[in-house]
Design a protein around this ligand. Sequence first.
Ligand SMILES: [Zn+2]
Ligand SMILES: [Zn+2]
Length: 357
Amino acid sequence: MKAAVLYERRTPLVIDDLDLASPGAGEVEVRLVASGVCHSDLHHIQRDTPTILPVVLGHEGAGIVTAVGPNVTRVAPGDHVIIAFGPKCGECYYCVRGMPYLCTPARPARPRLFKNGQVINQFLEVATYAERTVVSEKNVVKIRDDAPLAVCSLVACGVTTGIGAVINTARVEPGSNVVVIGTGGVGLNVVQGARLAGAARIIAVDVRDNKLEFARAMGATHLINAAREDVVERVRALTGGYGADYAFEVIGNPATINQAYESIRKGGTAVVVGVADENAELTIKPVWLMRQAKTLMGCAYGSARPQVDFPRIVDLYMEGRIKLDELITRRFGLDEINEAFRAMEAGEVARGVIDLA
Ligand SMILES: [Zn+2]
Ligand SMILES: [Zn+2]
């Protein structure tokens, strides 16, 4: 079975032949159809993170169930599924409170990928840059058969994180003024989440004009190129001098998180969606946090409950209420995965997708 393996940080992924375990109790095997290329994968290639190497990255996948282990009740062979990443034990402190995006399982998943007997780790327990994968049945979400699977792979991370940040995390009200800083794959979905929520002004901020045009296509009403314009000043000018009701930071950089915080009005909410460097620190004057009654909040995985949110998002797409096809600017084969990362880093694509079927 072919998969893209990260053996050493800051080196290209290696397309390798790996052995995949048969599904054990509560596990399912999925033949992957497509996997989106997400910036979080790139972080683990380029940065020193807690992820243990060697690892098969990829966490934005969809496919078809090919086999199930004992005691699997949720899906059967032939089912179309989107794979939710990260542990989803269903039993821990967070899972039982409806916060599976914070799942802290009692036990890690067993090893399921091997090369000559050596364990190869599955990134976030899913490892979707591969032809097939074996995951817990709790990580798969059955979706309707008539939805195109390759397009729906994006729901596994970028779409759910972006739309979820607006709908689940911040609960943006109709008529709100929303700023989105960073219009990559996730940021574009914050933009369309804001449109879905009925935001009045959706102000997209980026340093690349082509990415701002992607944002316009997804529903942004105003564009700010941060390389040429003062973001906070422009946002205030566009919002009657007050600042936005909500700002979403979708880069993961202390400077742009501060920009998001400065862009909101008194009593407004700034949401951190971007993945910052492990050691990055944020400086905010607490006295102003108090006097201006602002809220600064974090958002993991769009505060999503995948079993609820994935089918909903697929329905929204099938009814023409959100755009997914427009997010995919380029498709790649598995053997072109390093080129896919290069294209993402260069800002050439809204989303790249790896075709695996
Ligand atoms: Zn992702
Ligand atoms: Zn859990």
